[in-house]
Design a protein around this ligand. Structure first.
Ligand code: PBG
Length: 331
C-alpha cells in the first residue's frame, strides 16, 4: 500500500460536522457589531417607504420611538440618524444644520429621553441642509474647504449638545476632525466621540440614500472633488492617518462590500476601531435579488455581514441591522 497516495492533510476534516465548524470558526458576527441607520422626517403620524430600499422607511418623530423599539429590545448598541429636511428649510449655506431645534436635534433629544442607553450617531455634513445637495459651501462652483469646515464644527457641537454621542463627519473636507474636536472640547463636550468617515469614496452606491433623503434630485454635479476616487487604496491610509492624528476615536470605510480590501488594510495598518458602512446601494442590490427569489435572504444577509468581520471591521452600519439581530437571537 503506498502511503502518500492520499493527502495526510485533509482540510475537510474540520468541516465534517457542525460542532467542529463551530470550534474552528475564525470570525463571528454578534449583535454588538451592528449599527442601524434610520431616516426621520418632519410631520406627524407618517411612515413612508423608500422605494429603492424595500423594507426601509422614513418616520415622523411621533413614530420614532415605536420605530426603534424592536432594535432596542434586540440590544442593537447604536443608531445612526439621518434627517430629511424639507426644501423650504434648505439654503445655499445649510443654515438649518446650526438650528438647535432642527429635526436631527429634536430626534436626538427624544431618543435620549426614551432610550438613554442607546448610542446615537450623528452624520455631520451639509448635504441634508443645502439647496444644492453638496456636503459643504459652494463658491464659484467649487466646494470650498476651510469655510465649510468652520460650519461643520458648529454643526457637530449643535448635535452633541442635543445628545448625539458619536459625531460622524461624512463630508470629506480636509482638517474637519481637528476643527470638530476643538469645537466640541471648547464647549465642554470632551466625551463626545468622533467616528470619522475617513475613507469615503465618490460612489454610485449612495443613489438610493439620496432618494431616501430627497437630495438626489437637488445635487448639482458630483462629489468627486472631495470624496475619494474608487481607484485609490494607499490614499485611504493617508486619510485614516490624518483623521487619527486630528483626534478621531474610530474610523469608517464607505461603501462596504466593494471596499473590503480597504477595511483589511486600515485594520492591519492602524489597529484602531474600524467600521464599515454597507450603504444604501448595497442594500438595494441584495434586496433586489432577494425579492426576486434569486438569493436566500437570511444566508445572503448574514454572509454579507460576516465578510466585514473577516475583513477586520469592528462593526457595520447596515440597513439589515434589525433583521440580522433577529437571526442572531434566534440562533
Ligand atoms: C452624506 C451621506 C451620504 C451617505 C451617508 N452620509 C451620501 C453622500 O455622501 O452623498 C450615504 C449612505 C448610504 O448610501 O447608505 N454626506
Amino acid at each position: 500500500m503506498s502511503l502518500g497516495r492520499f493527502p495526510l492533510t485533509r482540510l475537510r476534516r474540520n468541516r465534517h460536522d457542525r460542532f467542529t465548524r463551530r470550534l474552528v470558526a475564525e470570525n463571528a458576527l454578534s449583535v454588538d457589531d451592528l449599527i442601524w441607520p434610520i431616516f426621520v422626517m418632519e410631520g406627524e403620524g407618517a411612515v413612508t417607504d423608500v422605494v429603492s430600499m424595500p423594507g426601509v422607511q422614513r418616520v415622523t418623530l411621533d413614530r420614532l420611538a415605536a420605530h426603534v423599539e424592536e432594535a432596542v429590545k434586540l440590544d442593537i448598541p447604536a443608531l445612526a440618524l439621518f434627517p430629511i429636511t424639507p426644501a423650504e428649510l434648505r439654503d445655499e449655506h445649510g443654515t438649518e444644520a446650526l438650528n438647535p431645534d432642527n429635526l436631527m436635534c429634536r430626534a436626538a433629544r427624544l431618543l435620549k429621553k426614551e432610550f438613554p442607553h442607546v448610542g446615537l450617531i450623528g452624520d455631520v455634513a451639509l448635504d441634508p441642509y443645502t439647496s444644492h445637495g453638496h456636503d459643504g459651501l459652494i463658491r464659484d462652483g467649487y466646494v470650498v474647504n476651510d469655510d465649510s469646515v468652520a460650519i461643520l464644527a458648529r454643526q457637530a457641537t449643535n448635535q452633541a449638545a442635543a445628545g448625539i454621542d458619536i459625531i460622524a463627519p461624512s463630508d470629506m473636507m480636509d482638517g474637519r476632525i481637528e476643527a470638530i474636536r476643538r469645537d466640541l472640547d471648547q464647549h465642554g463636550l470632551i466625551d463626545t466621540r468622533i467616528m470619522s468617515y475617513a475613507a469615503k469614496y465618490a460612489s454610485a452606491f449612495y443613489g438610493p440614500f439620496r432618494d431616501a433623503l430627497g437630495s438626489g434630485g437637488l445635487l448639482k454635479g458630483d462629489k468627486k472633488t472631495y470624496q475619494m476616487d474608487p481607484a485609490n487604496s494607499d490614499e485611504a491610509l493617508r486619510e485614516v492617518a490624518a483623521d487619527l492624528a486630528e483626534g478621531a476615536d474610530m474610523v469608517m470605510v464607505k461603501p462596504g462590500m466593494p471596499y473590503l480590501d480597504i477595511i483589511r488594510r486600515v485594520h492591519e495598518r492602524f489597529s484602531v476601531p474600524t467600521f464599515a458602512y454597507q450603504v444604501s446601494g448595497e442594500y438595494a442590490m441584495l434586496m433586489a435579488a432577494i425579492v426576486n427569489g434569486w438569493l436566500d435572504r437570511e444566508r445572503a444577509v448574514m454572509e454579507s455581514l460576516l465578510a466585514f468581520k473577516r475583513a477586520g471591521a469592528n462593526g457595520v452600519l447596515t440597513y439589515f441591522a434589525v433583521e440580522a439581530a433577529e437571526y442572531l437571537r434566534r440562533g
